[in-house]
Ligand binder design. Structure first.
Ligand code: G3P
Ligand code: CA
Length: 235
């Protein structure tokens, strides 16, 4: 059965990348939680998407210029709704401990020290439960040098061809869009290359969720775990 990867947690109903978003995603049927990692000025790893604090907290400026003491005091919930007032920006260590034994984790390295992430995951004994991606070539290269045994994901858009995902990018999972899933041959070529397949879908169309469920891919990375849980339950 296709595993649900919940993009930034259940971000439609709770503030993205918070404990509340992760917990709700698991309640809604998610198997994996996707999260983004950035680092504070004093080198603490946080679960945080944007380069700056402005959109999703009551802070301002780049997270990489803020001290952990300042980030720990931020409100990462009020922007989304009064019910989430006081939600914190999770430290990565606490977030992973919170998920350990309950879910798999897709770790996207936005900008941080990959060696710190690798050490943390190893110390927590979560290597088999995690996989990784970064849009940054530098992050991907460094993580591969530091943790060659970790499971990596690569997008078809960056890799250009399924056969290059493992050979060039050291990845065992390929991420494709819904349009790419519909194009004849891409799923077969990915399987032939020995890859697991993840479809990315950011919408809320139930028919598309059903179409992805019918495609029989390994993972779906999405914003609505509740809708996909319903779709895969009908199969
Ligand atoms: O797999 C890619 C997806 O997770 C992208 O995440 O951070 O660009 O919303 P983001
Ligand atoms: Ca991400």
């Amino acid at each position: 059965m296709t595993k649900i990867v919940s993009h930034r947690g259940a971000n439609t109903f709770a503030p993205e990348n918070t404990f509340a978003a992760a917990d709700l995603a698991l309640e809604q049927g998610a198997d994996y939680i996707e999260l983004d990692v950035r680092e504070s000025a004093d080198g603490i790893l946080y679960v945080f998407h944007d380069e700056t604090l402005d959109r999703t907290t009551n802070g301002t400026g780049p997270i990489g210029h803020a001290l952990s003491s300042e980030i720990d005091a931020l409100d990462a919930g009020s922007w989304f709704g009064e019910a989430f007032k006081g939600a914190i920006v999770p430290r990565l260590d606490a977030y992973l401990e919170h998920l350990r034994g309950r879910a798999g984790v897709y770790i996207e390295l936005k900008y941080c020290d990959p060696a710190k992430v690798a050490a943390l995951v190893r110390n927590l004994g979560m290597v088999r439960d995690t996989f990784y991606f970064s849009f940054s070539e530098e992050m991907r290269r460094d993580l591969q040098l530091i943790a060659p045994e970790f499971r990596k994901m690569m997008t078809l858009n960056i890799a250009k061809s399924p056969s290059l995902v493992g050979a060039v990018h050291h990845a065992s999972i390929i991420e494709i869009t819904v349009d790419q899933m519909r194009r004849p041959g891409i799923i077969a070529a990915s399987r032939k290359a020995g890859l697991e397949i993840m479809v990315y879908y950011g919408g809320d169309d139930s028919d598309v969720h059903s179409e992805i469920a019918a495609a029989g891919v390994d993972y779906v990375n999405l914003d609505r775990p509740d809708l996909f849980e319903a779709a895969r339950g009908q199969r």
